[in-house]
Write a protein that binds this ligand. Structure first.
Ligand SMILES: Nc1ncnc2c1ncn2[C@@H]1O[C@H](COP(=O)(O)OP(=O)(O)OP(=O)(O)O)[C@@H](O)[C@H]1O
Ligand SMILES: [Mg+2]
Length: 424
């Protein structure tokens, strides 16, 4: 059912209204305190404003995308989903928080979450549609990268809010194994066992690697921690395990592929090692491989959406998860790390191997959500032409040309939809 012109006009007014507000970032600690102490009413009152604010901030940004991208069928579909969800939430703006309303609110949130399940791949498909039908200049390319980072981050945050509310008040408990259930507050694990998440991600990546290469590198886990913290347990953190799992799974897949490709038909493959380091400020996970590393001219592209050196996964394998090939692994993983003010970086030595480091804030009150804000600076970004360089270096232009060629070859079949959907 399409929205009528009148309805669209009234939604547009509401969008103007809600986009004036900045989103209110929450820390992991606040999520926990809220989960332990707040009533369903309180959560409802918070979300019926915060969700429209977050939606409106990003919807205003969608509207700034280049015209020809906005006209792509997949982007129109995504836009429609956002319009519809925004409209459904603002229906609750003035409702009294009766039991019936609270129940209805919860079921609407579940409906919205389901509607947005395929947003990542649908938006990616929209970008591909644009690239197939138009020549995309450097400025547009740059704007799209900028937008996708902000758009996907906004999505992670909106899903986090929806998940917390529905898990806490909708009777859906996080599927933690039996006795561990009580450690969860919504989707946050207050004693997240880093080693078991690492092992889980490793085993699942190894399963894919074995399928492709009939072998896989071993795993070595090392632990270290700041001297002043030696009494404390180094291996548990307060975190969202599904986010950590996502990052580790993507990094393992990348490292395994690099090791297997670089060492060809050897019998013994150098292991992948992970160092878990607990500092006062951050908990770092460093994954090191001996997969031959990455040339310096390509390191700038690693976090670009759709940059991949892997062959495009075959459409005939539409229901299997590929080891690599979409170029979404690193950029989305970095968003997860940055979401709670951590980070994800890659350091590589060509001819040797790559270190990937995940940083997570050690203190849950410092692990604040990092959220995109729509304001004048944002609008200016989409309108301003990227500055031309004032160094006599041709190399970056060459890299960009190779990148566009790579991207043109990419399609997003069903299997990608599944792997990305599971991720977010
Ligand atoms: N540890 C690594 N060693 C060597 N190259 C790497 C490593 N990690 C990433 N890369 C390079 O970075 C590229 C982008 O990685 P990314 O994970 O974003 O996409 P992908 O692995 O190609 O596809 P997918 O979306 O399925 O993960 C890879 O194609 C590969 O060329
Ligand atoms: Mg990858």
């Amino acid at each position: 059912m399409r929205l009528t012109a009148r309805k669209l006009q009234s939604i547009s007014k509401m969008l103007d209204f809600y986009s004036q507000f900045n989103p209110s970032p929450l820390s992991i600690k606040k999520f926990i305190d809220f989960g332990l102490n707040a009533s369903e009413q309180k959560s409802f009152v918070f979300l019926r404003k915060e969700l429209p604010v977050r939606l409106a901030n990003i919807m205003k940004e969608i509207a700034l995308l280049p015209e020809n991208l906005l006209r792509m069928p997949s982007v129109t579909a995504v836009n429609d989903w956002y319009m519809r969800s925004f409209q459904e939430i603002i229906e609750f703006e003035k409702r009294e928080a009766s039991d019936k309303t609270l129940e209805h609110f919860c079921s609407e949130l579940v409906k919205i979450r389901n509607r947005h399940t395929d947003v990542v791949e649908t938006m990616a498909q929209g970008v591909l549609e644009l690239k197939e039908s138009h020549d995309v200049d450097h400025h547009t390319e740059h704007s799209i990268q900028y937008f996708l980072d902000r758009f996907y981050m906004s999505r992670i945050s909106i899903r986090m809010l929806i998940n917390q509310h529905t898990l806490l008040f909708g009777g859906q408990l996080e599927s933690a194994p039996g006795p561990n259930q009580s450690k969860y507050i919504g989707c946050i694990d207050t004693q997240c066992d880093i080693v078991s998440v690492i092992k889980d991600a490793y085993e699942n990546a190894r399963f894919l690697c074995d399928q492709y290469y009939l072998a896989s590198p071993d795993l070595i886990i090392n632990e270290s921690q700041h001297k002043q913290l030696e009494d404390e347990s180094c291996l548990n953190i307060v975190y969202v395990p599904s986010h950590l799992y996502h990052m580790l799974f993507e990094l393992f897949k990348n490292s395994m592929r690099a090791v297997m490709e670089y060492h060809g038909s050897q019998d013994n493959y150098p292991p992948i090692s992970i160092t878990i380091a607990r500092g006062k400020e951050d908990i770092c996970l460093k994954m090191s491989d001996k997969g031959g590393g990455i040339g310096r001219s390509t390191t700038d592209h690693l976090f670009k959406y759709m940059y991949s050196t892997a062959p495009q996964p075959s459409k005939s394998d539409a229901h299997t998860v590929p080891l690599a090939g979409y170029g979404y692994g690193l950029p989305i993983s970095r968003l997860y790390a940055r979401y709670f003010h951590g980070d994800l970086i890659l350091l590589s030595c060509e001819g040797d191997g790559t270190d990937a480091v995940i940083y997570m804030k050690a203190l849950s009150n410092e692990a604040n959500e990092l959220l995109p804000i729509f304001n004048k600076t944002t609008s200016k970004f989409y309108r301003t032409v990227v500055q031309t360089g004032d160094w006599s270096n041709q190399a970056t232009n060459i890299g960009d040309r190779q990148l566009s060629q790579n991207i043109k070859k990419h399609q997003l079949p069903q299997s990608c939809q599944e792997s990305m959907t599971n991720a977010l």
